[in-house]
Design a protein around this ligand. Structure first.
Ligand SMILES: Nc1ncnc2c1ncn2[C@@H]1O[C@H](COP(=O)(O)OP(=O)(O)O)[C@@H](O)[C@H]1O
Ligand SMILES: [Mg+2]
Length: 236
């Protein structure tokens, strides 16, 4: 696919295939188009040309069919985006009830099991602001999973967190990866990439510059852009 923001060619001939159960980490300098790519996959951004297919079905550009297929794509953002005035439990049950027409009792049961899976079931009655950032982000993961997505997109899910909370979120993501979820994860957390990723995709200037296994990418990057980028993040 291609996309412009005015003069800026923000996504250039992006061609990315992700197999079922595969975990792809997208890495690259700020401004390289990683967030735009995630948003385009979910049709939160229009694209100029190309198409997005999920499980063999072309994602329509708009309308009811889009809403249905979009439910197949779970998204977790840097900012947790929970509904501030709803309890943790309600945050997770809302989608299944409103979008999927699930009964209240069933939605609650599902939500509690997902909250348990990410270790925050004991927070179910609280409001988001009463939780730490790490807990809120785990709720956001549970909320996305409640829609039973076929693929999960994560856009820098730990970059707004205090350091001591990063691992609790990454651990939930590693567990999800091990369970076989298909995942596209924008992150600079190399520990996560090494533990969970099947493939690292390096983006720069709106292009996919390199694709490799984590081991090969981190130890033997090919392009000057990737070498330069890794030099910068490794020197921290
Ligand atoms: N809504 C927008 N309108 C215009 N330019 C945008 C918009 N969103 C992002 N951009 C620009 O597109 C480029 C890629 O942004 P982004 O996808 O957020 O990169 P990344 O997530 O890799 O940091 C940047 O130059 C950014 O300024
Ligand atoms: Mg971004």
């Amino acid at each position: 696919m291609n996309k412009h923001f005015g003069e800026l060619h923000v996504l250039r001939d992006i061609n990315l295939d992700v197999a079922r159960g595969e975990v792809v980490v997208v890495i690259g300098p700020s401004g390289s188009g990683k967030s735009t790519l995630c948003r385009a996959i979910n049709r939160l951004e229009t694209i100029d040309d190309g198409q997005i297919m999920i499980d063999g079905e072309v994602l329509p550009a708009e309308g009811k069919a889009l809403a249905k297929l979009r439910a197949d794509v779970g998204m977790v953002f840097q900012s947790f985006n929970l509904f501030a005035h709803k309890s943790i439990l309600e945050n997770v049950t809302l989608g299944p009830i409103k979008v999927k027409g699930m009964k209240g009792g069933e939605a609650k049961e599902l939500a509690m099991s997902l909250l348990k899976r990410v270790g925050v079931d004991n927070q179910a009655q609280k409001l988001p602001a009463q939780l730490s950032g790490g807990q809120q982000q785990r709720v956001a993961i549970a909320r996305a999973l409640a829609m039973k997505p076929k693929v999960m997109l994560f856009d820098e899910p730990t970059s707004a967190l205090d350091p001591e909370m990063i691992n609790e979120v990454l651990d939930s993501m590693v567990a999800l990866a091990k369970e076989g979820m298909t995942m596209i994860v924008v992150t600079h957390e190399m520990g996560f990439a090494r533990k969970a990723a099947d493939r690292v995709v390096f983006m720069a200037d709106g292009q996919i510059m390199e694709e490799a296994t984590p081991e090969s990418f981190f130890t033997n990057p090919q392009s000057d852009r990737a070498k330069d980028f890794l030099g910068k993040i490794l020197s921290h």
